[in-house]
Design a protein around this ligand. Structure first.
Ligand code: ITT
Ligand code: NA
Length: 182
């Protein structure tokens, strides 16, 4: 199976291509408007937009970090917040918060000539006291999955890829594609 993956983020595309032998995700650079709203809305609108442009089976994927002590912030603003506040800024915001609990979430929008579907994956964890590890990308150095001593940034790539929000969402997509046998 080959599916186009519209994303500007090369790290994401590397990750998803390590998940399954039988599905290849070919990264394409087709920018789509990021509507304001929940991750589901961004992915849903985005995949409609890109499908209209290319008319081939395609996914888009929107991920976000939802921090409980900040009422789910940065959520859909995760990209912007990473570029502006960064990991150290997030840690400052949490200085006097009682809980550091957070959820990392990925929402995939899939579309082909007859079907459209949304998939999601989540992992619970907490924000570390300070950034740790240089593996991965983005918020990986500050996200520590539940029951793990290590942040994603300290884990080997394959260990993050076994349990991550993104892996869970892509496993849903993969099961569905395999059950439909396209
Ligand atoms: P797209 O072109 O696919 O939208 P993006 O980098 O803007 O790429 P997202 O909006 O999905 O991706 O991601 C929001 C932010 O969260 C962004 O700063 C990413 O670097 C970061 N992020 C996404 N997935 C992550 C992961 O698995 N680990 C750490 N940070 C991640
Ligand atoms: Na994005």
């Amino acid at each position: 199976i080959e599916i186009k993956f519209a994303t500007g983020n090369i790290e994401k595309s590397k990750e998803v291509n390590s998940y399954f032998e039988e599905i290849r995700f070919e990264r394409i650079d087709v920018p789509y408007p990021e509507v304001q709203g929940r991750l589901e809305e961004v992915a849903s609108y985005g995949v409609d937009y890109v499908y209209d442009e290319i008319k081939e089976p395609v996914i888009v994927e929107d991920s976000g970090l939802l921090i409980s002590g900040l009422n789910g912030f940065p959520g859909p603003y995760s990209s912007f917040v990473f570029e502006t506040l960064g990991n150290s800024g997030i840690i400052k915001l949490l200085e006097d918060k009682k809980t550091r609990e957070s959820i990392f979430k990925t929402v995939i929008g899939y579309k082909d000539n007859e079907r459209k579907k949304i998939f999601e994956g989540k992992i619970e964890g907490e924000i570390a006291e300070k950034p740790r590890g240089d593996n991965g990308f983005g918020y990986d150095p500050i996200f520590k999955p539940k029951n793990s001593e290590k942040t994603f940034g300290e884990m080997k790539r394959e260990n993050k890829n076994e349990i991550s929000h993104r892996r869970r969402a892509f496993s849903e997509l993969s099961s569905w594609l395999n059950s439909k046998d396209i």
